[in-house]
Design a protein around this ligand. Sequence first.
Ligand SMILES: [Zn+2]
Length: 252
Amino acid sequence: MDFVIDISGKCEKHGEYQAKRWAMPGGSVMVSPCPACREERSQQDRALQDEARIFQFRLNMASAGIGSRYYESSFDNYRVSVDAERIALSSVQAYAEGFDRRTSRNLVMYGKTGTGKTHLACAMTRLLLLRNVSVLYLPLLTLFSQYQDITSYGGTGMREEFFSRMRAPDLLIVDEFGIVTMRDSERIVLHRVIDERYNRNAPVVFIGNVDFEVFERDVGERAFRRVLDDAETVVFDWERTPINRDLFVQGV
Ligand SMILES: [Zn+2]
């Protein structure tokens, strides 16, 4: 006795299709479902998976300290119009692509405001997160206010918690040097962050609009030598591009 036969199935949405019909031992009958409906369902599943992936990725960007306006910043959408921009782009991209938690050096990105340093830092973060490298991006002011928050609400016992957070990520990116005039107490915090990462061979990206005298005062004389001895530098010294107002907005 033949339990499976070919029949013509009918789907309310897609019309007739080639179906198989099974006669089950208990006497019930099953007809294979419409293939077009099945394809639609699996497309919906894929779309949901994509959505979940995008959501998860944005969550990761947010946890890394990236503001929502920079979630889509990538090396591909960094606008290039002069040679200096091309060089900056390819240097930062090469640093990110060649990043190694044990052997990468520090990176100093300095120069004029509005040249897209933050965009490139976020593009770097994006690329590294996709490679499961942990990154923490902090404008200098945020770094200090996090220290302030954590110690004023959690007491001085929480100070160690703050420094361990600064040590933990594979890459720490500190933005907006030169914008803030630091207090001595803030410099002490910054020096310790830099020292501890240096002692662990953990790289730091320094970004800002600084002259090196100010930078030396801010990061401390000893750290300054260490940072620069062991750093790649990328200079952003072309004229700012007035057409793209987005580039003027820094940080989170
Ligand atoms: Zn159907």
